[in-house]
Write a protein that binds this ligand. Structure first.
Ligand code: MG
Length: 386
């Protein structure tokens, strides 16, 4: 249906959608991509994002970002960009809200640990897992498995993919093999993800005390906004100062992204989604100057925050929790909860370790940080008798 918004000729639209895996009548009063967004918001994996983290583990403090607030921030940035560029805001929002659904507990360290456990069984990629969640693992609808989302939303969720996995995904994986670009809406969600985490990690990093204002002032993107805020608002509290700096950084990145992408689109003379797909590189991108500033900040966070000894200490624990859970369930499937035992029992080729491993990986990937810690205690702490 038409939303009353004039979309650019290279925007994704309901009319040009490649549709859903299982045919369904069109929704009333909503666009196809609004329906995708709504299905994502109502799914269990989305609610679990509240108790999953990226850098800080969930119980470390109530003020830190979780994957849920991260996803909402990505959607906010993505929607602003999409609307300003007359792209499909609903599709951008759906992709943004779904992009982290397949993430393991304990952020990146959890993903690395599970990938290491799955090495002999086909590996574990969180992007692919997000797709698995929406295609298969959510069991809510009578007529189909998963959420039966549109091709465009599913394609946007699959940000990266190895050639081997792409080959197994058919139409959806084709762009990785042919080296084509995804829709502009997927490109927007992708950059919005990066803008969101760089900025909220600065905010959370400062709040945690693991990084300082002094260190950050040496980073150009932060330093510029810092100088501006000090000049225009001397004497404000540090908390307000941080927020004023972070919001200016986000604004700088977003405004530059819109301006530069508009320029790239004009230069490419793209007139359709197909033109966008065939472009040699993404058409949604920051200018080189801002990209370099953003990279400098990213590198700073990698060295000073993600590699901080207190973060690493948590990373080590996360690895151990995931490894031991995986090992225990692989050794004895009877330790799995009944619904997963049932899946093992009913799976085709259940005798093959790789089939069981995938079910175990689905179970572990679906856990929240605190659930994984509790499950670890229930299995390995002799004092925990339940
Ligand atoms: Mg993300």
């Amino acid at each position: 249906m038409s939303l009353g918004v004039k979309l650019a000729p290279y925007a994704a639209s309901d009319e040009a959608s490649r549709g859903r895996q299982y045919r369904e009548p069109s929704p009333s009063y909503r666009s196809e991509f609004q329906r995708d967004r709504d299905r994502i918001v109502h799914c269990a994996a989305f609610r679990r994002l509240e108790y999953k983290t990226q850098v800080f583990v969930n119980h470390e403090g109530d003020l830190f970002r979780t994957r849920l607030t991260h996803s909402i921030e990505v959607a906010q940035i993505g929607r602003s960009v999409a609307r300003a560029m007359n792209l499909n805001e609903d599709l951008t929002e759906a992709i943004s809200l779904a992009h982290d659904l397949g993430h393991t507990p304990f952020g990146h360290s959890g993903q690395d640990a599970l990938n290491a456990c799955m090495r002999e069984y086909g590996g574990f990629e969180h992007n692919l897992q997000s797709l698995r969640v929406v295609d298969l693992l959510e069991e809510k609808y009578a007529d189909f498995p998963g959420l039966n989302l549109t091709f465009e939303t599913r394609e946007g969720i699959l940000k990266h993919c190895s050639p081997k996995n792409a080959a197994e995904l058919g139409e959806l994986g084709r762009r990785f093999i042919e080296r084509k670009q995804p829709s502009l809406e997927a490109q927007v969600a992708n950059v919005a993800d990066e803008i969101a985490y760089n900025n909220h990690d600065v905010d959370d990093g400062l709040r945690s005390g693991l990084i300082t204002m002094e260190q950050l002032s040496a980073i150009e993107l932060f330093g510029e906004q810092h100088a501006q805020v000090c000049k225009s608002h001397p004497g404000i509290s540090e908390r307000v100062q941080v927020h004023e700096i972070v919001r200016r950084m986000i604004n700088r990145l977003v405004v530059d992204l819109i301006d530069n992408s508009a320029l790239l689109l004009r230069e490419s003379a793209a007139m359709s989604v197909d033109d966008v797909r065939s472009a040699a590189s993404p058409l949604i991108a920051n200018s080189e100057a801002v990209r370099n500033q953003s990279l400098e900040l990213k590198q700073f966070l990698r060295e000073q925050l993600y590699a901080h000894y207190r973060v690493r200490r948590m990373t080590l624990k996360a690895h151990k929790v995931i490894e031991s859970l995986f090992g225990a369930f692989m050794d004895d499937a009877r330790l799995l909860p009944p619904q997963y035992q049932k899946k093992v029992g009913e799976a085709q080729g259940a005798a093959q370790p790789s089939v069981r491993a995938r079910i175990v990986a689905d179970y572990i990937a679906g856990m929240t940080d605190r659930y994984a810690i509790q499950e670890h205690q229930r299995l390995f702490d002799p004092g925990a008798l339940t």
